[in-house]
Ligand binder design. Structure first.
Ligand SMILES: O=C[C@H](O)COP(=O)(O)O
Length: 275
């Protein structure tokens, strides 16, 4: 089915375009990815695409199939990867590089997801290297930051976020700063069914934007998109998107099923009702 979808519109107040990202993690084969995309394309209205840019981040093995499906049907979905290595090529068995992703029309790359940090030992420095490599290669990193439950209980959330963000900013190409996407994902909220409150998430998003203003510039802070992630679902998406400094969502579990994800994107009450 071929039809034309409109470009997503900037939000009235901020001028930033909302971004909703599906992070499939270790789910969906390439065949399942094709079926998902065809179903989502069937479920969403043309008007749904005005409200937000939609990015799908499948496993590496599904990127090529997703690219062809999106291209063949003229779907308005952006393609994202869940990780990347910072070197463009070389003797790095098992790794995937930014130029390889670029050839697949990948626009976004998630870096520093808490699962990469916790399960695969990624440090702030590693995350910073990946983010810089993505931006230098002309792609857009979605840099994940967030505190674990103990840090939250100990009152060190802001210090943790500051450290994670500042490390990235230290080596990030200045000319690409405005395109940067930051995802605030409190680690205790991921997959737990207990999201942050929209007010708490907004407080953190504001904190991150203020930090960007101090470390980069007001202009950069006004352009950078800040997403919330952690147990986002149909029932709470609108409340997060209604916050002034939250420009989108990073969705895990609720992005795996096309019906559920479509409802989150366009379901009632619709995202449009927040602006
Ligand atoms: O990248 C997505 C986040 O880790 C959130 O996952 P979740 O929506 O399953 O809580």
């Amino acid at each position: 089915m071929s039809r034309r979808a409109p470009e997503p519109e900037p939000q009235a107040g901020s001028g930033r375009v909302r971004l909703v990202v599906a992070n499939w993690k270790l789910h969906h084969t390439h065949l399942e990815a094709i079926a998902f995309l065809e179903r989502l394309w069937h479920l969403l209205d043309v008007e749904d695409y005005r409200r937000a840019e939609i990015a799908i981040c499948p496993a590496f093995t599904a990127l090529r199939s997703a690219q062809l499906t999106i291209e063949t049907d003229g779907m308005p979905y952006r393609l994202g990867a869940q990780d990347v290595f910072w070197e463009p090529s070389g003797a790095y068995t098992g790794e995937v590089s930014v130029p390889m992703l670029a050839k697949l029309d990948v626009k976004y790359v998630i870096v520093g997801h808490s699962e990469r940090r916790r399960l695969f030992g990624e440090t702030d420095d590693v995350v910073a290297k990946k983010a810089a490599a993505v931006a230098s290669g002309g792609l857009v990193p979605i840099v994940c930051v967030g505190e674990v439950a103990e840090e939250r209980a100990g009152g060190t959330t802001e210090a943790v976020l500051e450290r994670q963000l500042d490390t990235v900013l230290t080596t990030y190409p200045v000319e690409a700063l405005g395109e940067l996407v930051i995802a605030y994902e409190p680690v205790w909220a991921i997959g737990s069914g207990t999201p942050a409150t929209p007010e708490d998430a907004e407080h953190v998003a504001r904190f991150l934007r203020d930090r960007l203003a101090r470390r980069a510039s007001e202009a950069v802070a006004a352009r950078v998109r800040i997403l919330y992630g952690g147990s986002v679902d149909v029932g709470n998406a609108v409340a997060f998107l209604a916050q002034a400094d939250i420009d989108g969502l990073l969705v895990g579990g609720a992005s795996l099923d096309p019906e559920r994800f479509a409802q989150l994107l366009g379901g009632r009450p619709r995202i449009a009702s927040t602006s």
